[in-house]
Design a protein around this ligand. Structure first.
Ligand code: SAH
Ligand code: DHB
Ligand code: MG
Length: 226
């Protein structure tokens, strides 16, 4: 057997394992499927998190007893639906989205998924909206998934708007390993700096976990220490 055949077999195994886990733990209902279809039909990029990542966000929300969740970067509302469904009846999700067309899709998706009572999209640049959220803090869980260059600034805001025991998650913190090399562009520089900071910030306990795109990308997870 050549090395290539071995690689192919391992890749096939990974795909099958992920499919089996997704079937058992993270099956999508009509609401989640609608958000993906709506995104496609509106010509939005197909860069939502995976079902396993959605379920993982729900596990993390349960772990920190999340009543208030903040998301930065909504797209079509797919990750927002997973997050909103992890909330108790009086819980609240606020998601920030710079593109008004995306925000319209999000509102539709939230209504179709039955979470419009708990989930709200605010339109604007995240760095403009975040300072206005201080009266609504602390957030129990913050999910960062917008433009990549300001990831370190989003981390500063997540720390400001959270409490001991809050969980801060950021998507796209592996990037085929590019996140751990000398960055070649502003986006990678943002992620490189983000990973470096959460790895050594004494206020946080953190890990990056490859989980998406056949284990070539994934979340950075940080718990704010007591
Ligand atoms: N979390 C979504 C995917 C988000 S894609 C999901 O998994 O379903 C990134 C989104 O961030 C896009 O919709 C983009 O318009 C938005 N975005 C980019 N820059 C932003 C900014 N500065 N402030 C707020 N949103 C931004
Ligand atoms: C891109 C952004 C994302 O948030 C993602 O999960 C995948 C790709 C991008 O901008 O290319
Ligand atoms: Mg992402």
């Amino acid at each position: 057997m050549t090395d290539n055949t071995t690689d192919t077999t391992i890749l096939q195994q990974q795909v099958q394992i992920e499919a089996a886990i997704t079937r058992l733990f993270a099956a999508e209902d009509e609401g989640l499927k609608y958000a993906l279809t709506a995104a496609k039909e509106a010509g939005l990029p197909q860069i939502a998190i995976s079902p396993m990542q959605g379920k993982f966000l729900q596990v993390l929300a349960a772990a920190c007893n999340a009543h208030k969740i903040l998301e930065i970067g909504a797209l079509a509302g797919y990750s927002g639906i997973w997050l909103a469904r992890a909330l108790p009846p009086k819980g609240r999700l606020i998601t920030l989205e710079v593109n008004p067309d995306h925000a319209n899709v999000v509102r539709n998706s939230f209504a179709r998924a039955g979470v419009a009572d708990r989930a709200e999209v605010r339109v604007g640049k995240a760095l403009d909206l975040l300072p206005q959220l201080q009266s609504e803090a602390p957030f129990d869980l913050v999910f960062i998934d917008a433009d990549k260059p300001p990831y370190p600034q989003y981390l500063d805001w997540a720390l400001r708007l959270s409490r001991p025991g809050s969980i801060i998650v950021a998507d796209n913190c592996v990037r085929s390993g590019g996140a751990f090399q000398e960055p070649q562009d502003a986006g990678m520089a943002g992620i490189f700096e983000y990973d470096k900071r959460i790895a050594s910030d004494p206020r946080l306990v953190s890990l990056v976990l490859p989980m998406d795109d056949n284990y070539t990308d994934g979340f950075a997870i940080s718990v704010v220490r007591y």
